[in-house]
Design a protein around this ligand. Structure first.
Ligand SMILES: Nc1ncnc2c1ncn2[C@@H]1O[C@H](COP(=O)(O)OP(=O)(O)O)[C@@H](O)[C@H]1O
Ligand SMILES: [Mg+2]
Length: 236
């Protein structure tokens, strides 16, 4: 098991954002994490990356606790993430934005590596373009390229399909599978785009109001009455 989340509870004042959440992610898989808005998905990422400390529970990577690793040490443990909201330097070029991903590791990643990362997401030809000039969906791919500069073993993607058109979602699905198959990456994917989640995930966990309500292969989870009810009960 690469990642193990055990009985994690996290409260914000009176809100129980995570209520005894447990799930495992095996090495080399795409693991979907879905649930209605406010279910606690981003909070799970924030716990794994040590932005938030849980009130109870344990998170292990490779059998060793993550909770003793400070947020700035997370990259060195092999974890990289993208954010739900775009977080690029608008005045910098695409290539410069990706290079920043290497710098934040305190290692001097070269341009060749950055171009390679851009190539993975299909953006090498746009390396010199200002990031701000790119369509939203393309900027999200730049963020993924930047995360790859950390050379992660575990990549956390928070709603990477948000704002993407149909073709872009298809391309995103293709390169998520390529990352898994060619780079042996393990990917934890938070996503609302159901057909994408169902297409690329090997396994899916479902959160609702901070609790895990289902876990299993995509087709099984999709047909689960508790999951259907959780989604029908809210207006997205
Ligand atoms: N920093 C915070 N302070 C207070 N409440 C928060 C904070 N972060 C998240 N929450 C609350 O925790 C719950 C889960 O949020 P979140 O993890 O962002 O949900 P999701 O990503 O599934 O939409 C929500 O009720 C949200 O309002
Ligand atoms: Mg979220």
């Amino acid at each position: 098991m690469l990642l193990s989340v055990r009985d994690v509870t996290l409260r914000f004042g009176g809100i129980v954002a995570l209520d005894g959440v447990s799930f495992d992610v095996s090495r080399g898989v795409v693991s979907g994490l879905i649930g209605p808005n406010g279910a606690g998905k981003t909070t799970v990422f924030n716990v794994i990356t040590r932005l938030y400390a849980p009130d109870a529970g344990e998170v292990e990577l490779d059998g060793k606790s993550l909770l003793r690793t400070p947020a700035h040490g997370i990259v060195r443990r092999g974890i990289a993430r993208t954010f739900q909201n775009i977080n690029l330097f608008r005045s910098m070029s695409v290539l410069e934005n990706v290079l920043v991903g290497g710098h934040s590791l305190g290692r001097s990643a070269g341009e060749r590596e950055a171009l390679e990362a851009l190539d993975v997401v299909g953006l090498a030809p746009l390396a010199g373009k200002p990031a701000a000039a790119l369509p939203y969906g393309t900027q999200k791919r730049v963020e993924i390229a930047r995360a790859l500069m950390a050379q992660p073993t575990l990549l956390l993607l928070d709603e990477p399909a948000g704002g993407l058109n149909h073709e872009e979602v298809e391309a995103l699905g293709d390169f998520i599978l390529r990352l898994r198959d060619e780079r042996a990456l393990t990917i934890l994917l938070v996503e609302h785009h159901m057909s994408l989640v169902m297409r690329v995930s090997d396994h899916v966990n479902v959160l609702s109001f901070g609790r895990k309500i289902a876990s299993g292969p995509p087709a099984q989870v999709q047909a689960d009455p508790a999951v259907i009810e959780a989604y029908l009960g809210v207006q997205e």
